[in-house]
Design a protein around this ligand. Structure first.
Ligand code: SAH
Length: 295
């Protein structure tokens, strides 16, 4: 699926909690824009540039297959890696501007979106489209979420507060988890499809994000050993919010989830007491389905 693992034989301990029965002790440090940008710059020459990003055609979630080769073509010779990083930085800032124009106001979220190198989370063949405001295929019939939606959900969950512990259901390629790690002290993310869990680990390894833990499992059950969470985000749509997740919210905690079948809406659930939750239906969205069990 990817040759990234052999290129980055870095310790996995920073991005995986695999095999743990208890979540590892949290690291105090939150990823900084500088760290991620530096790491991205170091590794930017592995992937083709998002050079034609503004000319890229609109992307739809159809017409892809899982056989797309994931091996990056060799970097063009004579182009310094730093130049690649600068180009991707410029197109990323343009993406952030578009996200802000669509109504996201939270400066911390916008800063995080401007920090995480989204092109490292998509297949090399799609990296020219990495900063277009669209979801893109990541294999296994799943998608990396549209940048605006990623930012909007985090903004709604955060509500301007300092987040201590956050849970994401549906790691996918790991992009939203990396963004979350810029705005919360500790982030846990669960994925039910083993190869995607592995892909996320490989994608995240070069970024060395110390406050992010990836878990392979059924996110509908949450992560009781790390609960309670003051924020929970679901990146896949169920017919209802799984009850276990409601129970794992701290009092005052906020959960944001796409809910529905054919028509889906973002739902914000706030835990207001031990046995009290309020719920608010927000904008229409389109997500892949939330499914039980693991594969
Ligand atoms: N967070 C990703 C989006 C991934 S798409 C991003 O950054 O763009 C949604 C993901 O949810 C898929 O990978 C899918 O496999 C996963 N998923 C669906 N049901 C799940 C469940 N019960 N537990 C964990 N992951 C689940």
């Amino acid at each position: 699926m990817s040759d990234k693992r052999s290129q980055f034989p870095l310790p996995l301990s920073s991005v995986t909690g695999k095999g743990d029965t208890r979540a590892p002790a949290p690291q105090p440090k939150v990823a900084t824009p500088q760290t991620a940008t530096q790491n991205a710059a170091q590794h930017a020459n592995r992937q083709p540039l998002p050079k034609a990003v503004f000319q890229a055609p609109p992307v739809h979630n159809t017409g892809y297959n899982d056989n797309t080769p994931r091996r990056a073509p060799p970097a063009p010779s004579g182009v310094p890696p730093r130049a690649h990083a600068l180009v991707s930085d410029a197109v990323r800032q343009a993406m952030v501007q578009r996200v802000a124009q669509q109504g996201v106001k939270d400066a911390l979220v916008l800063q995080a979106m401007g920090t995480v190198p989204r092109h490292l989370f998509v297949e090399p063949g799609l990296s020219a489209q990495a900063y277009v405001d669209a979801s893109l295929p990541i294999g296994h019939h799943q998608t990396i979420s549209q940048p605006y939606i990623v930012a909007r959900m985090i903004e709604v969950m955060r509500n301007g507060a300092q987040l201590q512990r956050v849970l994401e259901i549906g790691t996918g390629c790991g992009y939203q988890a990396a963004v979350l790690a810029c705005v919360a002290q500790e982030v846990y993310s669960i994925e039910r499809i083993k190869p995607l869990h592995e892909l996320a680990k490989a994608n995240l390894r070069p970024l060395r994000i110390p406050n992010l833990r990836l878990h392979y499992g059924d996110g509908m059950l949450g992560l009781p050993q790390a609960a309670p969470f003051d924020g929970i985000i679901l990146a896949a749509a169920g017919l209802e919010v799984p009850p276990a997740l409601l129970e794992q919210l701290s009092i005052g905690g906020r959960l944001v989830a796409p809910v529905g079948a054919k028509t889906q809406h973002l739902q914000l659930v706030v835990r207001t007491g031990k046995a009290e939750w309020t719920s608010e239906v927000m904008e229409a969205v389109h997500f892949v389905p939330l499914r039980p069990g693991t594969v």
